[in-house]
Design a protein around this ligand. Sequence first.
Ligand code: IPM
Ligand code: SF4
Length: 417
Amino acid sequence: MNISEKILSQKIGYEVSPGEIIELDVDLAMSHDGTSPPAIKTFEKISDKVWDNEKIVIVFDHNIPANTIGSAEFQKVARNFIKAQGIKNHYTHGEGICHQVLPEKGHVEPGKIIVGADSHTCTYGAFGAFSTGMGATDLAMVYATGKTWFMVPEAFKIEVEGQLKPGITSKDLILNIIGEIGIAGASYKSTEFCGETIDNLSVESRMTMTNMAIEMGAKNGIMEPNKETIEYVCSRTGKSKSQLNIVKSDKDAIYEKEYLFNVDDMEAQIACPNDVDNVKPLSQVAGTHIDQGFIGSCTNGRLSDLAQAASILEGREVHDDVRLIIIPASKEIYQQSMDLGYIKTFLDAGAIVSNPGCGPCLGGHLGVLSKGETSISSTNRNFKGRMGDPNSSVYLSNAGVVAASAISGFIENPDNL
Ligand SMILES: CC(C)[C@H](C(=O)O)[C@@H](O)C(=O)O
Ligand code: SF4
């Protein structure tokens, strides 16, 4: 069995097989300011008491602080629900993006089943959890009963070997993989990342990869927890290693497909408009004019991304014709970046630094693109109109390439500065 099958089997109490439909208890359910209100509306039709007020986490991140009367109303509905149901775990004061805040605050552990009304809930697979996104209506059922159903997914084994070159990150790797597999190439599959390169990745870099599993249609993305991940979870949960449920794949686990990637010679990768699998090496798109750069999101708004950006922006200036927006993924990362001097470097370089949250990632506020404009962004989606006008374009890259491009005014390799 592979990790995902093992976690599902443990939970249900017998050995499951791909294709089987199972109903099971979830360990944690998450919703945010955008999806809590529709979930609450459905929940109220079926129940008046949540199944467990300690297993629900609500985070405000998509439109924080509220940017329209509509989002202010949404947040009011969610706040009232938190009070009325006595929801213990709520982060509604700009603590950061849900997918960063949940691990930071110790809600994520290996071997758990985590669902969330947000498609990037697959991020927690970096910690060895079986985690997946679902619609708000499905989440309402979880709020009421603590249960949900899955079809046990077939699995893809994605093995990675080799050493990433300096300046090349796990974002480049996951873009390369998505370019190969395609945006629907792993639909409803469990994508399991493994191999020496994955074992050596930092917690942050692992999260970038599982975060984007959904961009190839996967049901979940998952990795065996490495040493650093276990230490991270222990420090965040206050538990010892022996208290964690670390699940590993059997050596002879069965996969529907197996892939092998080698990163030794990989250059930076760019997803070009308007699909995440329209991936080209940086050298093929370098020189493309940009109007805006964005560094942030649940994909690449973490400390290592900001460190990479700061090292490039230090002592340099953002091009006159470019707006560079930088948003730490959480308040904790914001504070660490201040302590390390990154925020000062960003401000001195002429960047706009905003409060933790999703920011312009999905085109709602804090950096919407107008007709014909182009952005380079460290986020995970570049669909038509994703960051604003339907006739604007988004290129996806690692944070270093965004920083270098913001200085040059066109897509730029940081090595050329
Ligand atoms: C708004 C929300 C439902 C959506 C998602 O599910 O992913 C958003 O976070 C996104 O990235 O497009
Ligand atoms: S940062 Fe972007 S991708 Fe992540 S949850 Fe927010 S809107 Fe979705």
